[in-house]
Each structure stands twice: as C-alpha cells, then as structure tokens.
Design a binder for this molecule. Sequence first.
Ligand SMILES: [Zn+2]
Length: 370
Amino acid sequence: MKESILIKGVRFLDGRVSYVLTKNGAERKIEGEGWLAVPGFIDLHTHIREQGIGTETLQTATSAAKAGGFTTLCMMPNTVPPIDSVQRLRELKQKIIERALVSVLPIPSIAIGMGDSELADIEGFAKEGVFAISDDGHTIYNLSLLREACLEAKRLGLLVILHAEEDGKEPEAIEKRIELAYQTGVRLHIAHISTKDGVGLVREAKKSRIDVTCEATPHHFTLTENDIRDTNFKVNPRLKSYKDREAIREGLADGTIDIIATDHAPHTKEAKECGWNVAAPGMVGLETCLGLVWTELVHKGILREKEAIEKLVTNPAKMIGSKVDETNLILIDPEKEWIVNPLDFKSEGKNTPFSGRRLKGMVVYCCSIA
Ligand SMILES: [Zn+2]
C-alpha cells in the first residue's frame, strides 16, 4: 500500500510549489508555507562508533542524521576494531542493512590497524563497492605508503580522503598530499580544512587542474579559538584564528571548498568531562549542521540557498558517484529560530560546543526511503 503525502506551499529551488511524496502507510497532508523542499543531505564525514569507543550506534547515529536532514552518511573507519579488512567491511555492511535508518556508506581504512606501515586490501574493498578509502582518525605520516595507496586507488577508481594534518600542522601536510595527487593522478579529498594557508593551497591546486576537492565543517566556519570555553571545543583540527575562519568562509563562497561535512564525533560524558589535555577530541554535528549553515552562511549572505544545497547535497553526491535522490526529501524552515539543547539530540553524543546557541533555520521533516 502506498501513502501519499501532499506537501503544500513549500518552495523548491527549481520553482515548484507543491509536491506529492509516496511511501508505505497512511495518507498525510503537510502545510509548509515558507518552507524549502530539498533532497536529503549527504555527510561525507561521519564517525559512527557502533563498535568500541563507548557511545553511539548505527541506530542512534542514523536517527540523529534524520533529525538533521541527512539521508546518507559516509562512515569513517576508526571504529574499535577499525574497518581495515574485507571481513570487517562485510560485517559492517550486514549491520547497516539490519540497523540503519538512512543510507550508510562505509569508508574503509587505507592501512591495516589504522597504522602507518601496511596497506589494507584496497582491491578487496573496491570489489565490495566502496567509493573511497581514508586515514581519518589516524593520520598516515608515511608518504611512501600513501603514495602506494594513491596509485592503488587511482587504478581502482576510488577517492582518497585524507586527514591532512601532521602534528597539528595543516598547510605542509596538505602541500605534500596535493603533490601526491599530482604525481599519481588520484582523486584526492582533503578532510576538514581549517587554515587560510590550506584554503590557498587547494585554490592554487585547482587552478593547476589537480584533481583535489576539500570540505569545511560547521564548527570551523563558525568558531574561532577565542570562543573556546571547555573541552566540548576540543577538536582536530583545532579551532583557529579569526583570519582562518574568514578564509574558510571565502573558500566556501568562491567554490574552493566544495562541500560542508560534519566530522560528527560523539563521545561519552567521561571522555569530555576531564582536563583539556586528556579530553577526547571531536564534537557531534549532524543535528546542528543545517542550523549553522543557514545562520552563519545563508542569512549572512555568504552563500545563496542554492549554493548551500550544492555543498550539502549536489557536490557530495558527485564524490560518492551517485545521482541526487529526490525521493529522499527534506523540508527546511529557513526562518525558524531555535536554541540548541544537547538533551534534545537523537545522537548518544551530547558533546557540542553550540549548547545554548540561538540558530535560525531548522529541518522540519525528513522522508528517507532508505
Ligand atoms: Zn574525522
């Protein structure tokens, strides 16, 4: 049996003003005056703990995704144990089928044990249908291993997503990795860019037609190091200066930064409520992303609505090699004001630096036909 949901009064970026969704169940009607209807967001960078590190499961992460308007999550490999073998990848895929409420695409580890010495079975991963491999969570310093990984990924048509930081230093690490992309011809994606110099390097690489893309997180385009109040602000890469934050906003506006990704990283209370040096780095992001994009970028005139949607849907869809799925529809109320309360989060992780912050722009409906 099919449910039809008639959504009246919503705007589409292509000019339509009403829409009928069909899904199993009963008939529903939604009045959506002033709302915006767009395809569900794709997060290219999510940490779903599922196994190990105490908090968050596929169920809670994908409920958080739906609340935040995401209908696809790309899952980073640094679980415990990590996704570093075909066997583990298969096990995870089975769990995803059983438990996930939205589409989840695993991104396996480049190296065995998330280490620095031995390449994982990248060809085996490719045969399992993954679109990318990554070192996020444990930066690979070993450039000859990275080079090997890039050549293998190039041969197999995979995207390589790199955490380009070495001892907290970003521009040098980005420079080395862009050089590898140039030498090997692989498609390279730089995760969570956070510095003015880093943005400049990617801008130059794109001008030289090197196949590189990059992402910025909502926390890096919103906060600076001056905002740091407690360990909920501890994140890798760390929050930087005002000048860096402005460069990220410019990079988003001029297209140097292709996508917005959350780097959603839930942690337990215990892992955060301790001294700065021992606190775990990372913050949750799925449920505040849209609010921050609209408050900080769209309402401030840095991105138009259409450009924001390109960075949340169209561009990440290109990277994962899929078409934008219009059956995964979400509704946004761009004028809705709300105050972030982590206790309302569907995520198990309550570790957000945005608690108490007033945002303008909210996801009001998410129809994921996963
Ligand atoms: Zn990450």
